[in-house]
Design a protein around this ligand. Structure first.
Ligand code: NAI
Length: 282
């Protein structure tokens, strides 16, 4: 195996099923000591038990790997402090954090209750911020860290019924954009994955034939690469059914209207101002 994680310690949030489970299994297979976090609730974030995380730990151990489970909610600051303490007590360091935990509360914006907006932002955006903040001093001190945010095509491009989820998912990209700058001097690299995969989250959204080709294990190699020594930093990696591509925010050259900066001139030049045909990432 070319890329290994011997001596490295990884926390994967929401790893009791779906994508988090395959990320955890692959890291463990490659030698990482893995902390399998999962609240174990329903898809809307209600309920909870450590059973899901325990089952993945058992799977890792049965394959000869090393893992412990943690049942904290990523949106609970005390729970996150516990998760990090438990990891440090067991393994003494934290090299990798995959912010993967997530829930859905889909509804058109017109019908959406603000509580459903808030709770989705709390899990995806605040949960990622809490976990990242908790490991940041440890990674800074070690001069080593690899962090993966989980964004989504819904955040990058929008999706009907997912105003809450899309806002939270693009929020984690904003967090990444600043942390990639702040982490550089301590060798902390941070990237985002925008996956599409057959999990309980998508089982009722995509046709069965499509789901068969979209196993989460076809996303995980990209995520595990983003956790490796040679990972890039600040990249949005899209992954679906074994196909990988990069998404980026682009910018065109712009038009200088400083000599006559009026509303009419903006309107008159809108074609050139909004022409993205020669746009480039910054
Ligand atoms: P999933 O529902 O199988 O996995 C999410 C896991 O997070 C569950 O095991 C759940 O118990 C756990 N979780 C939920 N709230 C938690 C909390 N507060 N604290 C700790 N754990 C919590 O769904 P899937 O598809 O594996 O999702 C993984 C990530 O990928 C999510 O962030 C999701 O938004 C994202 N994603 C998935 C896509 C897909 O096509 N499946 C598309 C785009 C993004």
């Amino acid at each position: 195996m070319g890329i290994d994680f011997k001596g490295k310690v990884a926390i994967v949030t929401g790893a009791g099923g779906g994508l988090g489970r395959t990320h955890a299994l692959e890291l463990a297979k490659r030698g990482a000591k893995v902390v399998v976090n999962d609240l174990g609730g329903a898809m809307d974030g209600t309920g909870g038990s450590s059973k899901a995380a325990d089952a993945v730990v058992a799977e890792i151990k049965a394959a000869g790997g090393e893992a412990i489970s943690n049942g904290s909610s990523v949106s609970d600051r005390k729970g996150v402090a516990n998760l990090v303490k438990q990891t440090m007590d067991a393994f003494g360091r934290i090299d990798i954090l995959i912010n993967n935990a997530g829930i859905l509360r889909d509804k058109s914006f017109k019908k959406m209750e603000l509580d459903d907006f808030q709770v989705v932002v709390d899990v995806h955006l605040m949960g990622s911020a809490f976990c990242t903040k908790a490991v940041w001093p440890i990674m800074s001190e070690q001069n080593y860290g690899r962090i993966v945010m989980t964004t989504s095509p819904s955040g990058l491009y929008g999706n009907f019924g997912q105003a809450n989820y899309g806002a939270a998912k693009l929020g984690v990209v904003g967090l990444m954009n600043t942390l990639k700058i702040e982490g550089t001097k301590n060798n902390i690299r941070i990237n985002a994955i925008a996956p599409v995969a057959a999990t309980r989250m998508t089982e009722n959204l995509l046709p069965k034939e499509a789901l068969e080709k979209l196993g989460p294990e076809l996303v995980t190699p990209g995520v595990v690469y983003l956790c490796s020594e040679d990972a890039p930093s600040g990249t949005i990696l899209q992954a679906m059914g074994g196909r990988f591509s990069v998404a980026a925010v682009m910018e065109n050259q712009g038009v200088d209207l400083s000599q006559a900066c009026t509303v009419e001139n903006v309107a008159e030049n809108w074609g050139a101002i909004s022409d993205l045909s020669k746009a480039k990432p910054r």
